[in-house]
Design a protein around this ligand. Structure first.
Ligand SMILES: [Zn+2]
Length: 378
């Protein structure tokens, strides 16, 4: 599936916007200073850069965008292009019995590129205890759904926490792992309250699998008070398992994140778990989540990599954002000390006051630039 968009509001006219043509920008990642020309190329520029930065288009690895099918889903563009995000991966809103509608109706109607982690529970998140009964999992039907939608499905989602799996305990994860391995795809595993114990969950994950809600602060999380990982997490990280933020309404703790980052365990990917019940707060947007991680001590370079190169690699979309100096896809953002009208609260109610804020101001898709009307509304 290409990232091209037929959205009429994308227009080259926007390149005449003096906000960009006269501004010296910093390239996120390299730190080079550049100017964006009206034809969409980047030219080296001398002079003092302002607050504008340009870099690869952002990716949100954990969202809920099966609009019209599950009650918690947002429209893909609400989580995507309107927030400066080019690619949204839906995290298990669809299972094998429901993914055809996402593929046929929702993803093609969106300007934002959509990928999907197939829920190992057949109905996906139509039912919020989607794997609590053995009858809700069908391994062969899940494999068949992946084969039908190879261009959409990026992996298998399993929510492996007590409130969801109930007496099934590790069974959904083991079956999800079977499907993922058979299909040659990674797992996205939600961790939360026990049972199952997080150690038992982690021991089942391999290179390339992703733990979402990695800094949740619930009882039994996999971090020691000094921010170092418990042994099962240390072993998982050594095997190449990736840490994903997946902020959500209940799954991000500033304190846990601050300590882990200080101890040398930054997230590999930053995602929102954006859905209807957290978009008005505490999550708001991917930019807000990135700002929170900066406030936790993450470097800007690591934060940008965690919403660009690394999630693209997870999705198998590691395409360059620049071709011969021309921008193919990019997110333009301001890095400013000016606080937006917003509070930065985690899922436990703790607040921080970041001294720098990331606000998306435009996206470039297939060479077309579109300003984001108000980067502070997300
Ligand atoms: Zn989620």
């Amino acid at each position: 599936m290409s990232e091209s968009s037929t959205n009429e509001s994308f227009t080259n006219e926007a390149f005449t916007n003096e906000l960009f043509t006269n501004e010296v920008m910093t390239v996120a990642g390299s730190g080079a200073t550049v100017r964006l020309t009206p034809s969409g190329t980047l030219e080296p520029a001398s002079g003092q850069p302002g607050e504008l930065w340009i870099g690869p288009g952002w990716v949100d690895l954990h969202t809920h965008v099966y609009d019209g099918m599950t009650q918690i889903s947002l429209a893909p563009d609400r989580a995507g292009l309107e927030q400066g995000v080019h690619v949204v991966a839906d995290a298990g809103s669809a299972g094998q019995a429901t993914i055809d509608g996402l593929a046929r109706y929702v993803a093609p109607a969106a300007g934002t590129t959509v990928r999907a982690w197939l829920n190992i529970g057949s109905h996906g998140l139509v039912h919020l205890r989607e794997t609590a009964d053995p009858a809700f999992i069908d391994v062969d039907a899940a494999l068949a759904a992946i084969e039908r939608h190879r261009d959409l499905v990026c992996g298998v989602k399993v929510r492996s926490s007590g409130a969801i799996v109930g007496a099934m305990e590790l069974q959904p994860l083991k079956l999800g792992r079977l499907v993922a391995r058979q299909a040659g795809l990674p797992l996205l595993v939600h961790v939360g309250e026990a049972p199952p114990l997080v150690e038992d969950v982690l021991d089942l994950l391999d290179d390339g699998d992703v733990i979402t809600h990695c800094y949740h602060g619930k009882t039994g999380h996999p971090w020691r008070p000094d921010g170092t990982p418990v042994p099962a997490l240390a072993r998982a990280l050594d095997r190449g398992v990736l840490l994903d933020v997946g902020h959500g309404a209940a799954s991000f703790s500033f304190e846990v994140a601050e300590r882990a980052i200080a101890a040398g365990h930054p997230p590999h990917t930053i995602s929102t778990d954006l859905h209807v019940r957290n978009v008005a707060g505490p999550v708001h947007s991917l930019a807000t989540t990135v700002t929170k991680l900066l406030a936790c001590g993450l470097s800007l370079a690591d934060a940008i990599r965690a919403v660009t190169d690394t999630p693209r690699r997870v999705l198998g979309m590691a395409d360059p954002w620049l071709a011969d100096g021309t921008v193919r896809h990019a997110t333009v953002f301001r890095l400013t000390k000016e606080a937006p009208d917003r509070s930065y609260v985690d899922a436990r109610g703790a607040e921080r006051h970041p001294d720098q804020h990331i606000l998306p101001v435009a996206i470039i898709r297939e060479g077309d630039l579109r300003p984001i009307r108000d980067g502070t509304t997300g």
